[in-house]
Write a protein that binds this ligand. Structure first.
Ligand SMILES: [Zn+2]
Length: 237
């Protein structure tokens, strides 16, 4: 029993010490956190990312942005939102080491105060861990933005571990054609019909994916099926 109490007191003291160390970084500020902003397609994740970066810059603090090399919708080394905002970014692939890159970058620029990662669903498990270590050991907050699930309803590797490891989870919401909250991503073909199989990663914007509620995802209805009938009546008139 004494041993149990000794262990309890020692563990408790150690925990208090760890908490004290964690809450006091070099600037005496609270511990930096890993944030995961998740949503379905076209909810405005990239716009939110660029706005957050702008807010830091406006206050005289520098940011470091990352985007996946596989995203070929826009020029390499840039992040562009659907409403036209754009910024330069470091491209990452599955072998990229975020911790090493950021550790080197802050040696050159001590004013880097926030790390932002676009399309974070494409991160590997080890890379999510690296991002968490940036917050713990380099004391810089990390804001990751990504899709929760793929077009088959399966969680992406990056999102799965961000949901597991991030201190802060925030949902960026958008709606289905029926008005319900959209939480799933439907891949569609050239005719607008749901596609049920294929490779997980096929980059595309509005033209290949539609955010829908779970019910319409299961039904495979990418649009309000009453709309074409109404349109046809108008055209006949
Ligand atoms: Zn719906």
């Amino acid at each position: 029993m004494d041993n149990y109490l000794d262990d309890y007191i020692l563990n408790r003291s150690y925990k208090i010490l760890l908490v004290a160390q964690a809450t006091n970084n070099q600037d005496g500020i609270n511990m930096a956190k890993l944030h995961f902003y998740f949503s379905a397609m076209n909810a405005g994740k990239t716009t939110t990312l660029l706005q957050s970066s702008y807010n830091y810059n406006e206050r005289g603090m520098d940011t470091l942005l990352f985007s996946p090399a596989i995203d070929d919708r826009y020029a390499a080394g840039t992040i562009t939102s659907r409403i036209g905002l754009t910024s330069t970014a470091v491209a990452f692939d599955e072998h990229f080491n975020f911790f090493a890159h950021v550790a080197n970058a802050i040696q050159v620029n001590r004013n880097i105060r926030c790390i932002l990662v676009d399309e974070a669903q494409f991160l590997k498990k080890a890379q999510v861990k690296q991002l968490s270590e940036i917050t713990t050991h380099l004391h810089i907050p990390v804001l990751a933005y990504g899709l929760r699930t793929d077009f088959m309803g399966e969680p992406f590797e990056g999102s799965k571990y961000l949901l597991a490891l991030a201190e802060e989870l925030t949902e960026i919401k958008t709606i289905c054609h029926c008005g319900r909250k959209a939480i799933m991503n439907m891949r569609i073909d050239a005719n607008g019909n749901a596609v049920r199989d294929g490779v997980q990663i096929e980059i595309g914007g509005n033209d290949r994916y539609i955010a829908v509620c779970r019910m319409h995802f299961l039904l495979g209805e990418a649009r309000n099926i009453t709309q074409p009938k109404k349109k046809m009546v108008c055209e006949e008139i």
